[in-house]
Design a protein around this ligand. Structure first.
Ligand code: NOJ
Length: 580
């Protein structure tokens, strides 16, 4: 460890650096500064299927969530995003909706929903619902009608290609066993399009009738009093319906070809006019196109489309072989700069489509799990942009790392396994890969306590419980003031207490440090310095700490010793938030 003596000279250098900074970076007001509740929100994402089962069928449900409302409130989060809870045959765990106005049987009833919404609101927590309208379920009445005949009034709710025209040009399906997005249907001798599974036919947004049906559905939920919408896969909703051929190999970069199709912005403007503008609701889209320009075009306030989008550049960085911290810092810094003056960002490192945050970005060994998980939470809660925090990460839940294919439940994973088998792929390699990155890793039952099934259900859950539930669970962490859970609560309090963490200008420091990350946040004369070590070894980072800085939070004791230093030796996975 390099120890730098705190001399009078050094103190003078730091003070003068701080002064220069003060003079040159007077916080200027800009579009991003306009205060909004959704910018200040701390969104906690609940995967209902795995959160809490109240009736012993092994599947989480709304009553289960209701029974945990006090826990959710205790986290200090201000909004909940619920993955889809609508009627669904569950080919893709609710992302295949068969009735947008009713609740999935396993999850409960509309009465349960009303109670849940009331319970959240009583606790000052908003509710954001998933809207899945790039596609529906093939069991939706619209699709049943649509496929019944070529002349059915619902035919144009979906994309059909009559077979006498020959086979349409290739479209890649993300989830299909053959990756073919055109499914032949003999009933009307035509193909229908499905970017996801064949049970998720794509809706035809060119049809104004369909669009207005969707707006009516959104209004139905907004009238119930929900506070926001997360638009699933919406960047793919608009298509060039001439279906011209894409160049060979396009599927390796399908987002380039699929995202931001013709009229997408017209649809969003219309949705804004018809729905968002009429309620105090927030809107966030999954996917942000192919460039910063695309992202801006989705969210710049004067365009009147969406409030936020979330891009995958950050979350995609972690790979089974590890990742480069400089790359991580560069990506997040670039996104921040692109939105420094206009627009608004979302910040997240995990969700239901990813394996666990600590297993991907941190270190899930017994020695480092808690420290690295707290460090990652510190990152999310101190960056600019609205944080989306995935349930279970507050405990530092880890990947389940299933070894056998029959332990997996995720449809695209099972389809891909079959595909690999059919095409002579390397199944061992495939199993190694999914052990690290399959999204089922993030979908195992929430670990409430050390009783059977982790206190999630009185019966065998729909997917296996992580074998470490006796060590990692809420009951155990409630008792420990230094637990990940209690650390997360401190983070949410800080974010709510100091708006500078929401709105303040972000400046990266020491861009070349290979293992640690330092950035400043500042506004209205308040400054924060955040130091994060992403390594299991000590990392030295050049980030001067003001002599009068106050340690607001750290995952180690003794962080005060760094006050007045020009560079800091961070202990493994150390995180410190200074204020000065
Ligand atoms: C994105 C959702 O987050 C994911 O879970 C789902 O499988 C696809 N969209 C299809 O709806």
């Amino acid at each position: 460890m390099t120890v730098i003596k705190n001399s009078v000279l050094q103190r003078a250098i730091i003070l003068s650096a701080a002064l220069t900074l003060c003079l040159s970076c007077q916080p200027k007001r800009n579009a991003g500064d306009e205060h909004k509740w959704w910018k200040e929100a701390i969104v906690y994402q609940i995967y209902p299927r795995s959160f809490k089962d109240s009736d012993g069928d092994g599947v989480g449900d709304l009553k289960g969530i209701i029974s945990k409302l006090d826990y959710i409130q205790s986290l200090g989060v201000t909004a909940v995003w619920l993955n889809p809870i609508y009627s669904s045959p569950n080919d893709d765990n609710g992302y295949d909706i068969s009735d947008y106005r009713s609740i999935m049987k396993e999850f409960g009833t509309m009465q349960d929903f009303d109670e849940l919404l009331k319970g959240l609101h009583e606790r000052g927590i908003k509710l954001v619902m998933d809207v899945v309208v790039n596609h529906s379920s093939d069991e939706h009445e619209w699709f049943k009608q649509s496929r019944s005949s070529r002349t059915n009034p619902y035919r144009n709710y979906y994309h059909w290609w009559n077979a006498e025209r020959g086979k349409p040009s290739s479209r890649y399906s993300l989830f299909d066993v053959n990756h073919d997005a055109w499914k032949y249907d003999s009933l009307t001798n035509a193909y229908y399009l499905h970017y996801f599974s064949r049970k998720q036919p794509d809706l035809n947004w060119e049809n104004p009738k369909l669009r207005h049906e969707v707006y009516d559905i959104m209004k139905f939920w907004a009238d119930k009093g929900i506070d926001g919408f997360r638009l699933d896969a919406f960047q793919f909703a608009a298509k060039d319906t001439t279906f011209k051929a894409f160049p060979e190999g396009y599927e390796k970069n399908f987002i380039k070809y699929y995202a931001m199709g013709p009229h997408l912005h017209d649809y969003l403007k219309e949705m804004n006019e018809e729905v968002f503008s009429k309620y105090d609701v927030m809107s966030v889209a999954e996917g942000a196109g192919n460039s910063f320009q695309d992202a801006h075009d989705l969210v710049d306030a004067d365009r009147k489309e969406l409030n936020m989008a979330y891009a995958f550049d950050g979350v995609d960085i972690a790979k089974p072989e590890g990742y480069n911290v400089i790359h991580f810092k560069t990506v997040f810094t670039r996104w921040d700069s692109a939105f420094a003056d206009k627009g608004w960002l979302s910040i997240f490192l995990a969700n239901h489509d990813q394996a666990r945050m600590v297993s991907r970005f941190g270190n899930d060994s017994v020695q480092w799990r808690a420290l690295s998980s707290k460090m990652l939470s510190t990152f999310i809660m101190t960056m600019r942009g609205t944080p989306y925090y995935y349930n279970g990460d507050e405990l530092g839940m880890t990947n389940a790392g299933f070894d056998k294919i029959d332990q997996y439940r995720d449809m695209p994973t099972l389809n891909e396994y079959q595909h690999q088998k059919d095409t002579g792929g390397d199944l061992n390699k495939f199993m190694q890969r999914i052990k690290f990155e399959c999204r089922d890793n993030g979908r195992t039952p929430f670990q409430w306590d050390s009783t059977a099934n982790a206190g999630f259900s009185s019966n065998a859950p729909w997917i296996g419980v992580n074998s470490n539930y006796k060590e990692i669970n809420v009951a155990q962490q409630e008792k420990d003031s230094t637990s990940c859970l209690n650390y997360f609560r401190k983070l949410t309090q800080l974010r709510k207490k100091y708006p500078v963490l929401v709105y303040g200008k972000y400046t990266q420091m020491d861009k070349i440090c290979r293992h640690a990350y330092a950035f400043r946040r500042e506004a209205d004369g308040q400054k924060f310095l955040v130091l994060l070590n992403f390594a299991s070894t000590v990392s030295q980072i050049n980030a001067p700490v003001h002599p009068d800085a106050q340690v607001l939070l750290s995952n180690y004791p003794g962080a005060e010793d760094n006050k007045g230093k020009l560079s800091v030796n961070l202990r493994p996975y150390e995180a410190i938030i200074f204020k000065y």
